[in-house]
Design a protein around this ligand. Structure first.
Ligand SMILES: [Cu+2]
Length: 164
């Protein structure tokens, strides 16, 4: 594997800090086009192909994405799927398919998620994870972790958001 340390690593057995949903589209975009993560944070990515053609989704440093693009460019469509099947950092998504990946980010820096179906990366099908040192970001990011198990009042959940 040529994954750089700074990209982080797969963490399939870890409990994710939060879940992020991403959709892939036939106009060569991911929605959202980028997210923020905290250094060391573990995120479960739930990626759905909303298009009518196959897309792939994999995490890596910018250099790693370039290398992966060169590898995939040399493969046939079916070889690509099997090549990605064993990959720890991504997968191929058929139309309508949803797959998940739990990943723990490393130090500060930029990690990219990209599609390596023929021509897609070149067309700009790439998103960015900006990894920052732990701090309170725009809010609303960690609301889940503060919910108690046995809230007595239905109203508590609403207060939860305001406390932050
Ligand atoms: Cu694509």
């Amino acid at each position: 594997m040529d994954m750089s340390e700074s990209a982080g690593h797969p963490a399939p057995d870890s409990k994710p800090d939060r879940r992020v949903e991403i959709t892939a589209h036939d106009d060569m975009t991911f929605d959202p086009p980028g997210i923020h993560a905290e250094a060391g944070e573990t995120i479960e990515f739930l990626v759905t192909n909303n298009g009518k053609i196959a897309h792939s989704w994999s995490l890596g440093t910018s250099d790693g994405q370039m290398a992966h693009e060169r590898e995939m460019a040399a493969l046939s469509m079916s070889a690509m799927a099997s090549h990605m099947e064993g990959a720890p950092n991504g997968f191929v998504l058929q139309p309508g398919e949803t797959r998940s990946l739990v990943w723990q980010f490393g130090e500060n820096g930029s990690v990219e998620y990209a599609c390596h179906m023929p021509g897609h990366f070149a067309a700009g099908m790439v998103g960015e994870v900006q990894v920052d040192t732990a701090m309170h970001m725009d809010g609303g990011v960690h609301t889940d972790s503060h919910h108690g198990e046995g809230g007595h009042h239905a109203g508590e959940a609403m207060h939860d958001r305001d406390d932050h």
